[in-house]
Ligand binder design. Structure first.
Ligand code: ATR
Length: 307
């Protein structure tokens, strides 16, 4: 097994020269790519410690965090399905993570107190800068699949960045109404520039979607449609035009149906590898308080995916 269970936490360092200091929790967790990102970074920084996976059943996140701190773990990544439970298990939560309703990074202080962050949103800002050389806050954005976890994090970041247009689309429209209320509240309380109370919401079958996409500069897919190679695009991809930037948060397969069609229509495209990378670089920076070795982390990911 490439992960530890809660019962095995007392043994995480037996037979190892270097102690486990960082970990990802999830259920399932065996396929998490976080070790491929973070171990090369720890090696590059010569920190002589390990990054491990820990399988944590739902409802046991608080207990798991206590045990992991006792076992010497000092920084945590959180993956599905624990991002809300992790938020509730933190002593302090970054306000942006609260608005996103999810924590994916936990830092322990010397007394074992936990502070929660969400690096998916800020990681997306870095990803857009790297892929397209643009600031997210300057772009007119539409998010397809805004009702999911990734969609909500990115939508919140767009509001924080003050994007001049923010259109949220989702198959299930009802999920977007409370999200728009939360984002409007956030925009008002933080006195944010940008869409404020002009955040539009649409279902994926709303006839206005074609026009909404046409009016956008950045189209983001945060649905799970595309995870299977046989999946269609999540909306009619002939709506994509050459002026569009199209970001698909899916990275495996590396080119979804949407990205293939968008590229053939002359749009600039990017897949979710840069988001995976940069949510990780930001996590590491929260734990270590220093710049992440981005190239080592990117190489770790690419080596793994190539293999
Ligand atoms: P995560 O939290 O990891 O982002 P999720 O909560 O399962 O994943 O969300 C997946 C997103 O993909 C949601 O926006 C979901 O739409 P619903 O909110 O309507 O469920 C979207 N999605 C999944 N399958 C879809 C499909 N066949 N067509 C359109 N959207 C789909």
């Amino acid at each position: 097994m490439n992960y530890f269970t809660l019962d095995q936490l007392s043994e995480i360092n037996s037979g190892h020269d270097h102690p486990a200091k960082f970990a990802v929790i999830g259920d399932p967790v065996a396929h998490s790519l976080s070790p491929q990102l973070h171990q090369p970074a720890l090696n590059e920084l010569k920190l002589d410690c390990r990054y491990i996976r820990v399988e944590v059943p739902e409802g046991q996140v608080n207990e798991a965090l206590e045990k992991m701190y006792a076992a010497g773990i000092r920084g945590i990544n959180v993956t599905v399905p624990h991002k809300l439970e992790a938020l509730e298990a933190c002593h302090q939560v970054d306000p942006a993570a609260s608005s996103m309703g999810a924590v994916n990074t936990i830092v322990f202080n010397a007394a074992g107190q936990r502070t929660g962050f969400n690096t998916d949103g800020p990681g997306f800002v870095r990803a857009i800068r790297e892929e397209f050389g643009m600031d997210l806050g300057d772009l007119r954005v539409i998010i397809i699949g805004a009702g999911g976890g990734a969609g909500r994090a990115i939508a919140t970041q767009c509001a924080l960045e003050g994007c001049p247009q923010l259109i949220l689309a989702n198959r299930t429209l009802e999920k977007l109404t409370p999200m728009r209320e939360e984002l409007t509240r956030l925009a008002q309380s933080e006195k944010l520039e940008g869409p404020r109370d002009r955040i539009e919401i649409h279902s994926l079958d709303d006839p206005i979607l074609e026009e909404a996409i046409g009016a956008s500069e950045l189209i983001i897919n945060t649905t799970s449609v595309g995870l299977k190679s046989s999946d269609p695009a999540p909306f009619p991809s002939h709506w994509v035009e050459p002026h569009h930037l199209v970001y698909d948060t899916i990275y495996n397969p590396s080119r979804t149906h949407l990205l293939r069609d968008a590229e053939s229509q002359g749009a600039r495209i990017a897949n979710g590898l840069s988001l995976l990378l940069h949510q990780g670089t930001l996590s590491l920076e929260h734990w270590l308080n220093k710049d992440a070795p981005v190239d080592a982390m990117r190489q770790g990911l690419l080596d793994f995916l190539k293999a």
